[in-house]
Design a protein around this ligand. Structure first.
Ligand SMILES: Nc1nc2c(c(=O)[nH]1)N[C@H]1C(S)=C(S)[C@@H](COP(=O)(O)O)O[C@H]1N2
Ligand SMILES: [Mo]
Length: 200
């Protein structure tokens, strides 16, 4: 006997090309390792570690006072779903760098979340409008399950690079793995090159 599932789930056809091995997902799945963090806007704070120069932080009110950007983008998760045409609102990482007066000489950074999740990125992948600290999804506050009140999005890389409940950034001279990168996921994670796992 073959179960119905054997023949696969019927998936809608995506309106345009999506990266290899991905399927078009019309919902927004939740993927968290461990529990949902409950961070209030009153407790939320985002910090850039400036090494010997100390650090610079922004609270919720300061985040909302920064220049806001509407982001319309596709999201690709390594578990193979792609969400197309998602809408976010938040602040470009470049603005944080500007306000912190930082032009890092290091090539990499580690993003940390409330709760301890980490993920590594090249600095060049969060500059020039490629990464955002966001507080709205689809015109609404981001739900806690999706990383609200504030998460990061780096839409051009697999979605594990987009830290929920984002807390801080620190720069690194050399690349080093974050949580999933220590557990088999690719150090960079380009969905168009299918960089899912070590060795891809
Ligand atoms: N803090 C934190 N951020 C995280 C994760 C996590 O477990 N904790 N999971 C990552 C993974 S693997 C994915 S696919 C996306 C999922 O985001 P979503 O639950 O909003 O779909 O968040 C990423 N950011
Ligand atoms: Mo993921």
């Amino acid at each position: 006997m073959l179960s119905r599932g054997f023949f696969g789930v019927r998936r809608p056809k995506p309106p345009r090309d999506i990266p290899p091995g991905q399927y078009y997902e019309t919902g927004f799945p939740v993927l968290t390792y461990g529990p949902t963090e409950r961070v209030s806007t009153a407790d939320w704070k985002f910090t850039i570690d400036l090494g010997e120069d100390g650090s610079k932080s922004w609270n919720w009110d300061e985040l909302l006072a920064m220049p806001q950007t509407d982001i319309h983008t596709d999201i690709h998760c390594v578990t193979k779903w792609s969400m197309l045409d998602s809408d976010w609102k938040g602040v470009d990482l470049d603005v944080f760098f500007e306000q912190a007066g930082v032009d890092p000489s290091e090539d990499y950074l580690m993003v940390r979340s409330f709760g301890g999740y980490t993920t590594n990125l090249p600095v060049s992948d969060v500059r020039d409008g490629k990464a955002f600290i966001v507080h709205e999804f689809d015109g609404e506050p981001i739900a806690p399950e999706h990383g609200g009140p504030v998460r990061m999005i780096v839409p051009h890389l697999y979605f594990w690079k987009s830290a929920k409940w984002v807390e801080s950034i620190r720069f690194m001279d050399q690349d080093a793995p974050g949580f999933w990168e220590s557990n088999g996921y690719h150090m960079y994670g380009d969905p168009w090159r299918e960089q899912r796992y070590w060795g891809d």
